[in-house]
Design a protein around this ligand. Structure first.
Ligand code: ADP
Ligand code: MG
Length: 267
């Protein structure tokens, strides 16, 4: 519960601080090849609860594939994955328990994925109601709370075609919050936005971390956000994590020459 006494979309129990304890993601030896090339080449990746991890790296280095594997959208060929204590994959194969872990993961994509012919409320409530059988009142309560968390409550009845790009991405975040994830995966969600609008969308993520204890993994080229808000910076190179450090360490000048030239190129 938050301090105003209203239930928030992501507070089924405990405070943000309590929910942010411990290791949330533990991936070991993730492998995935496409067309005979190793896109994930034995990736070890972990995340602590309530942290923002920014993932950077050249186009084609495997960033999206990692997020998609964490979300259960891409099958790895090998690797173990534990999410919030639930072993979801063993040797690449889903365990019987996978749904418990994957249910705690939400994902937001670069391209706008809202239904254009529906209003914002219906965009948020459709899947929970039709796929999960959530009641209309529960779905609408959650939608109102989730929209509040991204600063879009006043647009609940708006048609998504009438929204700006930044507003659409905030609604897309709210839609991911409907299932009360503990881990939010964001894949270049601001690449199509102007810098000030992008900054506004990314500030929503920092607020979700601080107020709800949600862990965020964000693929972005936005080094300003990375230096301000990231707890960790992970640099992907050729299907492997080449550097995993704090932003301070990276921006102070890290030893990896490839990362240094990457950071120089995008800043
Ligand atoms: P990044 O997000 O870092 O740009 P990706 O994870 O999207 O990299 O892709 C890494 C490599 O894997 C690219 O060469 C891409 O073409 C390939 N790839 C990703 N998904 C698929 C797919 N579904 N089918 C074939 N190749 C894919
Ligand atoms: Mg990508």
């Amino acid at each position: 519960r938050n301090t105003t006494g209203t239930a928030t979309a992501n507070s089924p129990d405990g405070t943000a601080a309590e929910r942010s304890q411990g290791e949330l993601v533990a991936a070991r030896g993730l492998r995935r090849t496409f067309n005979d090339s190793p896109v994930l080449d034995g990736v070890d990746f972990s995340m602590q609860a309530g942290q923002i991890t920014v993932i950077i790296g050249r186009s084609g280095s495997g960033k999206s594939t990692l997020l998609r594997v964490l979300a259960g959208l891409t099958e790895p060929e090998d690797g173990d994955l534990t999410i919030a204590g639930h072993l979801v994959r063993k040797g690449g194969v889903r365990t019987d328990d996978y749904a418990k872990g994957e249910a705690l993961v939400g994902m937001v994509f670069q391209s706008y994925t809202l239904w254009p012919h529906m209003n914002v409320l219906d965009n948020l409530t459709l899947a929970p109601r039709k796929v999960l059988g959530m009641s209309r009142s529960e779905a609408e309560d959650r939608a109102a709370t989730a929209l509040g968390e991204v600063g879009m409550a006043h647009h609940i009845r708006s048609r998504s075609t009438g929204l700006s790009g930044g507003e659409r991405q905030r609604v897309a975040i709210a839609r991911a919050l409907m299932m009360r994830p503990r881990l939010l995966l964001c894949d270049e969600i601001t690449s199509a936005l102007d810098p000030p609008v992008a900054a506004e969308v990314l500030s929503v993520l920092a607020r979700l971390k601080n107020e709800e204890g949600i862990a965020v993994a964000l693929v972005t080229h936005d080094m300003a956000f990375a230096s301000k808000a990231a707890d960790r910076l992970v640099f992907f190179s050729q299907g492997r994590i080449a550097v995993d450090a704090t932003p301070e360490q990276v921006f102070r000048g890290c030893e990896n020459a490839e990362l240094r030239s990457f950071v120089e190129a995008v800043t």
